[in-house]
Design a protein around this ligand. Sequence first.
Ligand code: HEC
Ligand code: HEC
Length: 330
Amino acid sequence: MKKSIVLTFLSILIFSCNNSKSKEYTAFEKKMEAKKHPGKKLMETNCYTCHSPTASQEDRIGPPMVAIKKHYINENTSKEEFIAAMQSWIKNPNAEDAKMFGAVKRFGVMPKQAFPEETIFQISDYMFDFDIEQPEWFENHFNQERGKGKGQGKGKGMNMQQAQTNFDTLPYGERGLKYALSTKAVLGKNLMGTIQKKGTLEALAFCNEKAYPLTDSMSVVHQATIKRVSDKPRNQNNKANNKELAYINSFKKDIKNNMEPKPIVDQLDNKVHVYYPITTNAMCLQCHGKPEQDITKPTLSKLTSLYPQDKATGYTINEVRGIWSITFDK
Ligand code: HEC
Ligand code: HEC
């Protein structure tokens, strides 16, 4: 009797796998594979500040990744060719080599930033093999639903706002990183937007007046304390404490050794602290680079009058400008 029940159950399982479910299962497997691919997270961490799939048309500061994919891959492009094209663009973004003329016109050429070759390799490998149109929240939700045994693919109706603030189920390091990156996206969007539309001096005024309140408002959104701190602060309120200084030094080593940094997680009593580096790119130098070489005279004099104790100059690209210091309840 028992045996026959088991057998019936098994045959139902096998039967159902072989039939209607099989297509869905393949799609699900593909999703799991995409989720596991290291390029996915590297892309979200390093490229989505500007190439976000979800920023609205007016809020964009760069084309979405899927548009880049379309410009770089046609039916004759091999994966090797695509990866090589990405590596070469990243090493030297310039108007002459750009394929996306409309984007260059609208946003200006992509600022030069240093990325480890391995990072770009993984990102390109991921972009080539997987569909990247899907908003990021979909997979999490999809898997959660599946985990609860509620069936698959019910996430379609969920809206972005809900999804983006629902980071509570992630491991602490990733959760802290999401808080940091979403704040970076808000600051970056406003900063790049202001530079593009109104120039450096206006952008400087923006940083002076808005960097703090914007960071604070993201703290409220995420119910966490979100701070940017530095060993060479411009605003003295952003001075790193001893512990943060130690982490800054350890991130400096990672960056110098061309290693992809990982969030540092500290747990104290009922609080979690997460740290992640903030690195410079070409765009930062107009306010954080070498005085009179990268920073123009008018910008410099405005900086000196606003921040008489400014230590945040003299940087080149791909240096640790500071860290995100994030605290939330367990
Ligand atoms: C600070 C903002 C910013 C970040 C971060 C950024 N990009 Fe870009 N990128 C842009 C902008 C703006 C454009 C559009 C102008 C252009 O094409 O140069 C662009 C265009 C591109 C293009 C198309 C170039 C062309 O016109 O042919 C590629 C490829 C690209 N980005 C790859 C990446 C990758 C990969 C990453 C992450 C490792 C990344 N970008 C991170 C701003 C950024
Ligand atoms: C238009 C000028 C401008 C640009 C461009 C700019 N910054 Fe800043 N930055 C500022 C100002 C002004 C402050 C001080 C903000 C305040 O008073 O809260 C600041 C503060 C910071 C801080 C907080 C720590 C401190 O020193 O007070 C970090 C971290 C930082 N900038 C990183 C960057 C990075 C990384 C880039 C490039 C992606 C960048 N900035 C681009 C003007 C700029």
